[in-house]
Design a protein around this ligand. Structure first.
Ligand code: DGJ
Length: 723
């Protein structure tokens, strides 16, 4: 059992693979956080924060001198003396924002309840602690789900209005954690389109450190992920805590060292411009948050997230299933294609091992550039007189499956959909909404819009033989108003929009269970666990340059498994950065994710074209490792001149390794790379290099040539052998 309640000490003991998470109900009924860290025995820790005191801290019980400002808490209320980041802010019918939640009851569930309309992890054992605020007739459920074999706990909260009048929820966090130390660094993944998820590390101070998005999307700029770690933590050393929100909308994770030497971290929906009207008897559920723990560095933390997401988040029908090897036409044609061009491309792919052709943007309405037709999901017969049928027929002839691009959340001003429904996009009253990429966002807070999209996209999937869908979203939100919602609910727009997106994703993935969905948002602008719940892989970035991908994929792997990232081999000079990299490097880099091709196959030299089959054979041979193995990051491009990582099978019998040299140097030193995760007693054979014992590979390392060229890679499999 992973969850235990000790009646005597009123203490909850939660434990997973290598951690314990302990809190208690204190004498006044507040939930006092005691410990989160390396696994402990179930000792009585109720002495830890007794009689703690800080001058000038307001006390809710004068004679006891207990201040909420010095007590570590599971969920922090507002206005009762705790000046740290609040977890909840509710405006009652009488104007009060003051809440006071105390323990009421708890229950332990073996079946994890779903969140209404939002993605959530499956499995695990769940504790629900119910708190009540009697004065405001509010109840708050705190959910904790524990996984025995993984060092992670999932948290979320639900607020219920038991009163007779409506209240406004101005903020409600998915989690709050107070740790009794303040000497952390924080690490986050910031970025930009085509430069997603760079690793940024800062020292946590007494000023609030926030990872947040206010764009109505999880964003290129700030992944909903934060790490708190020892000052000297690195990939393989130090205590590390990771926090990730299963949410694709505007989010916020805030952390702050406090004057009493503690750290508070909390996160959830971004409270900026958020307010939710909660009627009598209604409840509001937050997105789920994942808290993961490692006692030895970032790499182990990443492995917890990877295992958790592959096993309990990603659709089990696809999570460990071989991924399609795609040929996407985008970079080879952009909008400029016709039936012949596409058929020639498909014909060229025949027999290479590419198994799915994806028709990207430009096949619908009158779309020949990005100024029109979003929303008109019927075939552009001027471009494709034979409709999709002719393309699908060509694919069939070449033994290739067919995939199609949609951008379901968007609308162009120049579209039949807009002409029919001028009120169906996100816009403020009396203001023409800003455009981004010449498009508006559909008002997914309006259920009619979502139902319409179910019908239209559903019809396309029902009437065509489509095995793969790329779901794109090429802008973020402005104006944050829904023409559908009443005045008093306007600040619900961004979250309701996201609920609408989840509803469409749920409907389509459930109605078409055999269709493989890939997420995308102008590259990797919505690379988050909520999207991964519906879409087993996500387009990591529009930047497919092999060298840039070393950074992007390294950063993304901090939280997300390799199988969740898709990466394509594109033409050189690269369209995003103009760089020329060897074909082999592009192939090797794209082998460490869900692979595909995105180039004009006719433009390749004969030599490069011939490499495709062997690349795909190699890739298929290492698929099980990419889907199931343990990732070890070896050399960081953010810290040196090499990128290197390896993936080892759980039984340590096989591994695959990659190294890329970023820039050639004259008379460079010979790089020795120490491998990780192997069995020190086993012997391993490495093609072209020899047979080595595991302890040699892990302590001496492998030696690579000092004269590797710019962006040159070495990539190979490692197999355990009988000796
Ligand atoms: C942005 C995506 O990231 C690209 O891969 C491509 O699908 C374009 N949108 C199409 O407009």
């Amino acid at each position: 059992m992973s969850i235990r309640f000790c009646e005597q000490n009123k203490t909850f003991y939660l434990a997973g693979k290598e951690y314990s998470y302990i809190f208690r109900v204190n004498d006044e009924g507040y939930l006092e956080h005691l410990y989160y860290g390396k696994r402990l025995s179930e000792e009585n820790l109720s002495w830890m924060f007794e009689k703690m005191h800080c001058s000038f801290s307001p006390c809710y019980m004068e004679w006891k001198e207990i201040s909420l400002n010095v007590i570590p808490q599971e969920f922090a209320t507002y206005g009762r003396g705790d000046y740290r980041i609040p977890s909840v802010l509710i405006k009652a019918h009488n104007g009060s924002r003051i809440t006071d939640f105390r323990y009421k009851t708890h229950t332990i569930l073996q079946e994890k309840p779903a969140i209404l309309g939002m993605p959530t992890l499956r499995g695990g054992e769940t504790l629900v602690v119910t708190l009540e605020d009697k004065a405001n007739a509010l109840e708050l459920d705190l959910y904790y789900t524990v996984y025995e074999e993984i060092s992670a706990v999932a948290r979320r909260s639900v607020i219920r209005n038991g009163g007779e009048s409506a209240v406004s929820v101005l903020k409600i966090s998915s989690f709050n954690l107070d740790i009794n130390r303040a000497d952390f660094d924080s690490v986050a993944l910031y970025g930009a389109p085509t430069r997603e998820r760079e690793i940024e590390r800062t020292s946590l101070s007494h000023h609030i450190c926030e990872v947040s998005s206010t764009r109505g999307a999880s964003s290129h700029q700030a992944n909903p992920f934060m790490v708190l770690c020892d000052k000297n933590a690195d990939e393989y050393n130090g205590e590390v805590y990771g926090f990730n929100l299963i949410y694709s909308g505007s989010h916020s994770i805030k952390a702050q060292a406090t004057e009493i030497g503690f750290t508070r971290i909390s996160g959830g929906i971004n409270e900026q411009d958020f307010s939710w009207l909660l009627g009598a008897g209604e409840s509001f559920e937050t997105p789920e948050a994942v808290l993961a723990y490692s006692d030895s560095g970032f790499n182990k933390l990443s492995q917890q997230f990877h295992d958790l997401y592959r096993e309990y988040l990603i659709n089990p029908n696809f999570s460990y299933k071989k991924r399609p090897v795609l040929l996407n036409n985008w970079e080879s044609t952009y909008f400029n294609f016709d039936e012949k061009k596409l058929c020639d491309l498909i014909e060229k792919a025949k027999g290479t091992g590419i198994d799915t052709f994806v028709l990207d943007d430009g096949w619908f309405g009158k779309r020949n550039d990005d100024w029109s037709s979003l929303g008109d999901w019927f075939v552009n017969r001027d471009k494709l007189p034979g409709g999709l049928t002719a393309i699908i027929e060509k694919c069939r002839e070449c033994n290739i499956k067919f995939g199609l691009w949609f951008e379901p959340e968007m609308i162009s001003e120049n579209s039949d959909l807009f002409r029919a429904h001028p009120n169906w996009h996100i816009a403020a009253p009396n203001v023409k909404a800003c455009k981004s990429r010449h498009q508006w966002m559909l008002d997914f807070a309006n259920p009619d819009v979502v139902e319409y999209m179910k019908k239209v996209i559903g019809e396309m999937l029902r009437t065509n033989d489509i095995s793969y869908v790329k779901w794109d979203a090429n802008r973020t939100m402005t104006e944050f108003c829904s023409p559908y919602l009443p005045t008093e609910r306007q600040q619900e727009t961004a979250h309701r929009y996201m609920l609408g997106v989840y509803e469409l994703a749920r409907y389509l993935t459930e109605t078409f269970p055999n269709v493989f969905f890939e997420g995308c948002a102008g590259g990797g602008g919505r690379f988050d666990p909520a999207m991964l719940y519906y879409f087993p892989q996500i387009w990591t970035s529009d930047n497919s340059d092999a060298a840039c991908r070393a950074y992007i994929q390294y950063g993304t792997s901090m939280c997300y498994p390799l199988s969740a990232m898709s990466g394509h081999i594109s033409i050189c000079p690269n369209h995003q950065v103009g760089r020329v990299t060897p074909m082999q490097s592009r192939m090797d880099m794209a082998s460490f994710c869900a692979t595909g091709y995105e180039l004009n196959l006719h433009a390749l030299t004969e030599e490069d074209f011939l490499k495709i089959s062997s690349h795909i054979t190699f890739y298929n041979g290492i698929q099980d490792l990419i889907l199931r193995g343990d990732l070890y990051r070896l050399l960081s491009p953010f810290e040196g001149n090499y990128f290197s990582q390896m993936v080892v099978s759980k039984d340590k019998m096989r591994a695959v390794f990659i190294i890329m040299k970023m820039f050639a140097k004259c008379n460079d030193v010979y790089p020795f790379v120490k491998l990780k995760g192997l069995d020190k007693h086993k012997y391993y054979s490495i093609e072209g290099m020899g047979t080595f014992k595991g302890d040699v590979l892990m302590n001496v390392g492998l030696r690579f040539p000092k004269n590797m060229k710019d962006f040159e890679t070495k990539c190979f499999t490692i197999e355990a052998v009988e000796t």
